[in-house]
Design a protein around this ligand. Structure first.
Ligand code: ZN
Length: 244
């Protein structure tokens, strides 16, 4: 089975379209989405429609939760809050109901997915160290868990040869067959923050074990224009060019 795993699309239509074009060339069987379908970007309706159609499993991110009033936006910076308000106004009741119904975690025969952590997904904590990762690694009902939230791709692993040791790697190619447990952050489709502005997503082959993080160029000008025309804070357009 070949999976494409998309995270943090954030209503960036041009990035999502470019990623799905790349996915189409990779003979993928299933597409998963690890949360934050909306927020920051200016095309929430289009992106929700595509994700509903294309993704087999989708979990709820903190921006998705904020848009349906399940998370207090006082914890958000003013730019993020402006985008939440814009998104609330843009989506229909049916689209909002779909966001509201998203689960915090999802699982199938191969893996689990969550947004921030697997252990306490409703808290939307950030995994930024191996220490932060331990409770989620301990709790995994599958060998592999895909996450998003930080917008920075990284894999945190306990290897089969030393299952009591936790390490991390920023390698773009890893062999998940060697893992006893793995948390893989697939980066962000719609707002990368690792200073590489190209859209990022994960590709995983369950037979070979090969996991790759792919980077895809997209028309940032088009999406930045859409953000400015929507009246959203211009920083949300500018940052896309910088990958921050
Ligand atoms: Zn996000």
């Amino acid at each position: 089975m070949r999976y494409a795993i998309l995270g943090d699309i954030h209503a960036n239509l041009a990035a999502l379209e470019a990623v799905l074009e790349d996915v189409a060339d990779q003979t993928v069987d299933r597409i998963l989405q690890v949360g934050d379908v909306v927020g920051y970007g200016a095309a929430p309706r289009e992106v929700v429609a595509i994700v509903r159609e294309a993704c087999l499993l989708v979990v709820k991110g903190n921006h998705d939760a904020a848009v349906v009033d399940e998370l207090d936006t006082r914890t958000f910076n003013p730019n993020a809050r402006a985008a939440v308000d814009f998104t609330k106004g843009a989506l229909t009741e049916v689209e909002l109901a779909w966001l509201r119904a998203l689960p915090m975690t999802a699982m199938n025969e191969h893996c689990v997915i969550a947004h921030g952590t697997y252990a306490r997904p409703e808290r939307f904590d950030y995994i930024q160290s191996t220490e932060d990762a331990e409770p989620s690694l301990d709790a995994l009902p599958r060998k592999v868990c895909f996450l998003g939230h930080t917008h920075v791709p990284v894999s945190i692993l306990r290897l089969e040869e030393s299952p009591l040791e936790t390490s991390y790697t920023i390698d773009r190619e890893i062999d998940l067959k060697l893992a006893h447990r793995a948390l893989v952050n697939v980066g962000s489709v719609g707002q990368p923050r690792d200073e590489d502005p190209r859209a990022c997503y994960g590709l995983w082959d369950t037979i070979t074990g090969r996991m790759s993080l792919r980077r895809v160029e997209y028309d940032i000008d088009r999406e930045a224009d859409r953000i400015r025309r929507a009246g959203l804070p211009s920083i949300l357009a500018d940052r896309l060019f910088l990958g921050i």
